[in-house]
Write a protein that binds this ligand. Structure first.
Ligand SMILES: NC(=O)c1ccc[n+]([C@@H]2O[C@H](COP(=O)([O-])OP(=O)(O)OC[C@H]3O[C@@H](n4cnc5c(N)ncnc54)[C@H](O)[C@@H]3O)[C@@H](O)[C@H]2O)c1
Length: 388
C-alpha cells in the first residue's frame, strides 16, 4: 500500500485582491508547499509569484496543472467563473478550494457538486469567518449554554464604497460585480449570511428581503433581509452608508453575545439584575470589566503575534488540507454550500420582485385594460413572494 503523503502541493488561480491573503496564509502552513500561481494577466501572476516567492507563474490553467501537478488549487477568480473553473479543475484530477460565493446560482452549484461526486475529488468553500478565533469563542460560549438555546442571530456588514475596490465597482458599470445576478450583494453577503445559517439550520426558512440604491448610486447598495426558521430567526443588514464593520449578535433566552469581528471582542448582552437607578451603574460597570477582559485577551494575542485579519482563513485551509491527506470530508459540508447558495438565490429573487412590484404600483391605471393588466401582474408578484 502506498504511503499517505504528508505534504500538500498548492496552486492558486486568480491573482487579484484576495489572492494575497491566500498566499500569505498558505505560506504559514508548514505542511503546504506553494507550487504555482496563475492569472490571465501575466503581470499579475508574475508579481504575485515574486511577492510570495512562488516558483512558477502561468497564464494558462492547464499548462500550470501539467507542469506543476498540484494536489489542490485555490480558485480566487470572480464569482461568475467559479462553476466553470472548479469543474475543469476537478475533472483534471485536483482538489479545489473555491472562494465565496460558491457559484452565481443553485443550478451551477448543483453542477459542481455533481462533478465532485463523479470525480471523487473534494471541494472546500471559503466560509473562512466561521473559523475566526473570536467566532470560535462565541460558538463555544453558545455550546456551553451561556445564553440558552439560540433564538435570533443578527448580522451586520458595513461596506463603504470609498475603498479602492468599491471605487472600481462604482466607477465601472461593466465591472464583474455589477454583472452578477445579486450584484454587489452576491459578492459580499456570504460572510454575514453563513454566520446566521450556522445557527438557523432550517433547509428552507422563510425569507423577506429588500434592496435599494442609496444616494446617487445607480445600482442597489443597501440590503435588509429577515429569515424565519422554525425556532431561530435571523436578520441581515448590509450597508454602504456606514463605516466598515462586521458585527454579529447571537441571542437566546438568557441574554446575547455581541461579536465584533474586527475588534476581536465579545460583549455579553444582559438585562440589569439590580433595581431602578442601580441598574444604570451595573451595566456600565459590566461593560468596563468586559472591556478590560477583551483588552487583556487581545494584548496577550498581540504579544504572541496571534492577531491576524485572516486567521480564520488559515485555520480553514489547514483543516481542508488535513481532510485531503486523511481522506475525510471537507470542513464545510456540501449541503451547507448548497443551502447558502439557495438562500442567496431566494433573497435576490425576492428583492427583484419587490423592486418590480414598486415600479408596477407606480404605473398609471388610467384605462380599464391597463388596470386589468396591472392587477394580473400584482397577483403574480404576490404569488412569487408567497413562494419564498
Ligand atoms: N474571503 C474574503 O474575505 C474575500 C475577500 C474579497 C474577495 N473574495 C472573493 O474572492 C473572489 C475574487 O475576488 P477579488 O476581489 O480578488 O477579485 P479581483 O477582480 O480583484 O481578482 C480576480 C482575479 O482573477 C483573475 N482571473 C479572472 N478569470 C480568470 C481565469 N479564468 N483564470 C485565471 N485568472 C483569472 C483576474 O485577472 C483577476 O486578477 C470573489 O469570489 C470574491 O467574492 C473573498
Amino acid at each position: 500500500m502506498p504511503d499517505t503523503p504528508s505534504r500538500i502541493r498548492v496552486a492558486l488561480l486568480g491573482c487579484g485582491q484576495i489572492a494575497d491573503a491566500h498566499l500569505q496564509e498558505i505560506r504559514k502552513i508548514d505542511f503546504a508547499e506553494l507550487v504555482a500561481v496563475c492569472d490571465v494577466h501575466q503581470d499579475l501572476a508574475d508579481q504575485a509569484a515574486a511577492r510570495f516567492e512562488v516558483p512558477h507563474a502561468f497564464t494558462d490553467m492547464q499548462r500550470m496543472l501539467s507542469a506543476t501537478s498540484p494536489d489542490v488549487v485555490h480558485v480566487t477568480t470572480p464569482a461568475h467563473t467559479h462553476c466553470s473553473l472548479a469543474t475543469q479543475l476537478l475533472e483534471s484530477g485536483v482538489h479545489v478550494y473555491v472562494e465565496k460565493p460558491f457559484t452565481v446560482d443553485v443550478p451551477e452549484a448543483e453542477r459542481v457538486l455533481l462533478v465532485v461526486k463523479k470525480t471523487g475529488k473534494s471541494l472546500c468553500l471559503g466560509h473562512d469567518q466561521l473559523f475566526d478565533p473570536i467566532w470560535l469563542r462565541c460558538r463555544k460560549l453558545v455550546d456551553d449554554g451561556v445564553i440558552g438555546e439560540v433564538s435570533h442571530v443578527e448580522s451586520v456588514l458595513g461596506y463603504p464604497l470609498s475603498g479602492q475596490f468599491g471605487r472600481q465597482v462604482t466607477g465601472d458599470p461593466n465591472h464583474w460585480v455589477r454583472q452578477l445576478p445579486g450584484g454587489l450583494f452576491q459578492n459580499t453577503i456570504s460572510h454575514p449570511l453563513y454566520r446566521i445559517t450556522e445557527f438557523l439550520t432550517d433547509i428552507q426558512p422563510r425569507v423577506d428581503a429588500h434592496w435599494y440604491a442609496s444616494g446617487n448610486a445607480t445600482f442597489p447598495t443597501e440590503m435588509v433581509a429577515h429569515l424565519r426558521g422554525k425556532t431561530v430567526t435571523g436578520s441581515l443588514f448590509f450597508s454602504t452608508r456606514i463605516q466598515h464593520q462586521r458585527i454579529s449578535r447571537v441571542y437566546g433566552p438568557r441574554g446575547g453575545l455581541e461579536v465584533d469581528h474586527d475588534g476581536q471582542t465579545i460583549r455579553f448582552i444582559r438585562q440589569s439584575t439590580l433595581p431602578g437607578a442601580f441598574g444604570k451603574l451595573e451595566i456600565p460597570w459590566r461593560h468596563w470589566r468586559e472591556g478590560a477582559r477583551n483588552l487583556r485577551q487581545n494584548l496577550w494575542r498581540f504579544l504572541k503575534s496571534d492577531i491576524h485579519y485572516f486567521a480564520g482563513m488559515r485555520t480553514l485551509f489547514e483543516l481542508y488540507y488535513r481532510s485531503i491527506l486523511d481522506g475525510t470530508p471537507p470542513p464545510i459540508a456540501y449541503e451547507e454550500m448548497l443551502r447558502v447558495t439557495r438562500l442567496m438565490d431566494v433573497m435576490f429573487r425576492h428583492c427583484r420582485v419587490r423592486t418590480g412590484a414598486k415600479r408596477l404600483a407606480a404605473l398609471s391605471s388610467a384605462s380599464p385594460r391597463m388596470a386589468d393588466w396591472k392587477a394580473n401582474c400584482m397577483a403574480e408578484v404576490e404569488e412569487e413572494e408567497s413562494v419564498s
